[in-house]
Design a binder for this molecule. Structure first.
Ligand SMILES: NC(=O)c1ccc[n+]([C@@H]2O[C@H](COP(=O)([O-])OP(=O)(O)OC[C@H]3O[C@@H](n4cnc5c(N)ncnc54)[C@H](OP(=O)(O)O)[C@@H]3O)[C@@H](O)[C@H]2O)c1
Length: 289
């Protein structure tokens, strides 16, 4: 009999990932705080649980894709109280190494298992099953959940130590935040100095400086379109998590607080629910002192 899968957290990413699992015919039970977001999956045949605890009671493997470390921590109590001994919780959210390490311990004490499997890629990659997944934690649990992760991924990277997976994801998002910071500052400078930003993007595209991200984000930023694929408020969370991890490890990362302040200004200016590339709007309003 195939493992029963529960999926908690049907936001931008969770809906696409759960949809991919349905494409691949995994039997799915779902739960989301805002019930409406479960409807498209329920229409396709997913079962709807009354709570995260109820979902865990009927699942061998529970996957979560939630906003923040605090939310993952709170729902983990419910999930753990519902999972049968040997049940596995796979969290795919971007959260902190402090929490993934603490949850790993807590699950072992209660006879269940926790895997952190954060993802790189956005809604398109989630829907087509081409994410990069960093799976950290107990080897036998990782092997049991592997077919589910494979269905969502172009490649699954595995790590014995849960914090290694968590850290790699934070470092990837540090790249994203830094790259969007560079791109935004360059577009703002170009515009205010008579340089066509589209010409700048073309030059970059033909050089060794290029990255697919510049070409996928650049044109929409230049057009002033910031429909969310990754909320600016979540990028702020990730930059803060990187800052906390750097402090914990006593590593100097002086660019991180600068990026954090930019994303904080974005949230203060009401841009939290726009795409993170909307920090271009913050920069364009800033006047140097
Ligand atoms: N978007 C991306 O491209 C991307 C890529 C890689 C990783 N990530 C990470 O993946 C995670 C989810 O991202 P997302 O883009 O899917 O975000 P999202 O659309 O904001 O979804 C967040 C999910 O968390 C749930 N949630 C928030 N607060 C809750 C609470 N107090 N109790 C219960 N549920 C709660 C939301 O439920 P409601 O629907 O009720 O609000 C929703 O299901 C984040 O950690 C993000 O950093 C995102």
């Amino acid at each position: 009999m195939s493992a029963q899968i529960g999926f908690v957290g049907l936001g931008l990413m969770g809906s696409a990932m759960a949809g991919r699992l349905m494409d691949k015919r995994f039997p799915l039970t779902v739960w989301n705080r805002t019930k409406d977001k479960a409807e498209p999956l329920v229409r396709r045949g997913a079962k709807l649980a009354k709570s995260a605890r109820d979902l865990a009671m009927s699942s061998d493997i529970v996957i979560t894709m939630l906003s923040t470390p605090e939310v993952v921590e709170a729902l983990s109590d419910e999930i753990l109280s519902g999972l049968a001994p040997g049940g596995i919780h796979v969290d795919c959210s971007t959260i902190s190494p402090r929490i993934t390490t603490a949850l790993t311990r807590m699950y072992i004490e209660k006879g269940s298992l926790f895997i952190h499997a954060p993802v790189l890629g956005s809604i398109t990659q989630a829907a087509e099953g081409s994410l990069l997944i960093f799976a950290g934690g107990d080897r036998s649990a990782r092997e049991k959940v592997r077919p589910v992760l494979d269905a969502m991924a172009k490649k699954v990277f595995v790590f014995e130590n849960v914090a290694e997976a968590t850290h790699i994801k934070l470092l990837c998002n540090f790249f994203i935040a830094s790259m969007i910071g560079t791109l935004s500052q360059s577009i703002a400078f170009a515009r205010s100095s008579g340089v066509n930003p589209t010409a700048l993007l073309e030059v970059i595209s033909l050089s060794s400086l290029n990255a697919p991200m510049y070409q996928s984000k650049g044109p929409s930023m230049i057009a002033g379109e910031f429909a969310p694929r990754f909320f600016l408020e979540h990028m702020l969370k990730d930059v803060r998590l990187m800052e906390e991890a750097a402090k914990d490890r006593a590593v100097s990362m002086p660019v991180v607080p600068v990026l954090r302040k930019l994303f904080e200004e974005g949230v203060q200016q009401g841009l939290a629910k726009l795409d993170y590339s909307a920090i271009l709007k913050v920069l364009e309003q800033k006047k140097p002192r």
